[in-house]
Design a binder for this molecule. Structure first.
Ligand code: NAP
Length: 327
């Protein structure tokens, strides 16, 4: 089968399409025929091996000189192709979505605990956009304690996670302010934000407004600036961040560490959620999307043969919503 592979860290130039062996599902796994797979910020962080502190730790997906898994991609939507030993509750041909490793490929093996059923009304492209981005957005809002009547600030509102966060916060009954660049102001408004701050013209930390939950998906501001935006008793949620070529060594890890250490001293509640595959919540989110209650903003689709360009798009060109690779 064809897959997008890399052997060393670098820009999208290190990626290439290669013929590799089709994986075999082990016990508790299914083989999925991939129809579409979205690109996430995590994919280019792994491709580049950044922030570099992750390489030094030599743990998880990050090896010293290259990613442990050669094939990139994490989100997927497709159909069950074969069942591994002992798998029940799934059938060949079932439409599915979820998170796994190595999904920029024709086939991938997936642990059944990471598998959700795709509702009929959802296209493969829309389904592929949901797993990591929408569940992260949902988790961040939950950790931020967002409920009806709250004021929520989403920094990075036009990206993969942000476009879902704005909608899911509005669906919880919150009043949402989004931060994005000029070209995305109308998009973020259309997703349910009542106010939008264009960061190319205005500094959202100096408007005098404060929020019950500040969700930072960009990670490029100082803790003391972010603190000004958090209302008394409110929560700062730090989800990551980092632009290509900036903060190569520590990236958002520095802000997260300062948030953990100094947040308490500054009287600030800081949450640093880490998304893990949650098939149950993903099933509920996919149902919302199928009912038309959650819009998947698709910036562009790329064929698998152009998946390196898709990665470059998200890494360098700032995606508007999600970029999806179709197989
Ligand atoms: N904690 C977790 O488990 C977890 C899970 C998933 C993702 N994340 C992290 O969450 C972050 C966002 O992910 P994503 O998939 O949404 O990334 P993305 O699709 O690349 O979106 C990033 C967005 O940030 C905006 N942006 C860039 N510079 C900005 C600035 N100076 N001020 C305000 N906005 C700015 C861009 O909007 P414009 O084009 O309008 O500039 C872009 O739309 C990533 O760093 C990712 O690693 C964390």
């Amino acid at each position: 089968m064809q897959a997008l592979v890399q052997d060393i860290y670098g820009t999208s130039d290190v990626l290439r399409l290669e013929d590799v062996d089709r994986p075999e599902p082990k016990g508790g796994e299914v083989l999925v025929r991939i129809a579409a797979a979205a690109v996430n910020a995590a994919d280019w962080h792994i491709m580049r091996g950044e922030p570099r502190i992750a390489r030094l730790m030599d743990r998880g997906v990050f090896g010293r000189t290259g990613p442990r898994e050669r094939i990139r991609g994490r989100d997927f939507a497709g159909t069950v192709e074969a069942l591994g030993p002992g798998v029940t509750g799934w059938q060949v041909g079932d439409p599915v979505l979820g998170e796994a490793g190595a999904t920029f490929a024709e086939f991938a093996t997936v642990a059944v605990g990471c598998l959700a059923r795709t509702p009929e009304a959802l296209s493969f492209v829309d389904a592929a956009a949901l797993p990591l981005a929408a569940t992260t957005a949902d988790l961040c809002l939950t950790r931020g304690g967002v409920q009806k009547g709250d004021r929520v600030l989403v920094i990075g509102a036009s990206g993969g996670v942000g476009t879902f966060a704005v909608q899911l916060a509005a669906a919880r009954g919150a009043t949402v302010t989004g931060v994005c660049s000029t070209r995305n102001v109308d998009l973020v408004t259309s997703l349910g934000a009542t106010e939008v701050v264009d960061y190319t013209h205005d500094d959202f930390t100096r408007t005098g407004a404060s929020y019950d939950c500040v969700l930072d998906l960009v990670g490029n501001r100082r803790l003391r600036d972010l603190r000004r935006c958090v209302a008394p008793g409110g929560t700062l949620v730090l989800s990551g961040g980092g632009n290509a070529g900036e903060g190569r060594y520590l990236g958002p890890v520095g802000l997260m560490a300062r948030g953990t250490i100094f947040g308490r001293l500054l009287g600030l509640r800081v949450q640093i959620p880490r998304a893990v595959p949650d098939a149950e919540r993903l099933t509920e989110i996919a149902a919302m999307a199928a009912r038309g209650e959650l819009r998947c903003v698709i910036d562009r689709t790329y064929a698998l043969s152009a998946a390196a360009a898709a990665m470059r798009h998200v890494e360098v060109e700032h995606a508007r919503g999600k970029v999806v690779v179709t197989v």
